[in-house]
Design a protein around this ligand. Structure first.
Ligand SMILES: [Cu+2]
Length: 118
């Protein structure tokens, strides 16, 4: 019985430690309306200035933006809003018209940059 108690305490300590590490780092995947490498650059650069965001990587192919962030400093809603402000859809948050207007012509929805180069 004593062994079991010791084991349980040990397990509790281990899980507390893991939780403490996870508390400042979380990952969020956001579906965006990005279309090309320029969109990728725009989004990643802009998000780098956002407080609480540690890293953001956009996969152009799937349009999914993976954000590594500190949940104590920023919420998923705020991250989606930040992406919208840049001019892109973020999951169910539509692109902010002001940000969208500033985007390069080829980065606007429904357009493909490779078509513009032809
Ligand atoms: Cu683009």
């Amino acid at each position: 019985m004593k062994t079991l108690t010791t084991l349980m305490i040990a397990l509790m300590l281990i899980s507390t430690k893991t939780n403490a590490q996870d508390a400042t780092t979380a990952e969020l995947k956001v579906k965006t309306s990005a279309t090309c490498d320029m969109c990728k650059e725009t989004i990643e650069k802009n998000l780098a200035f956002e407080k609480g965001i540690k890293k953001s990587v956009l996969d152009v192919e799937s349009k999914v933006l993976t954000v590594t962030y500190n949940p104590k400093k920023i919420t998923p809603e705020q991250i989606r809003k930040a992406v919208s402000k840049i001019g892109y859809d973020a999951d169910d948050v539509p692109a902010d018209p002001k940000g969208y207007k500033k985007l390069d012509e080829c980065c606007k929805k429904g357009k493909v940059c490779t078509d513009m180069k032809k």
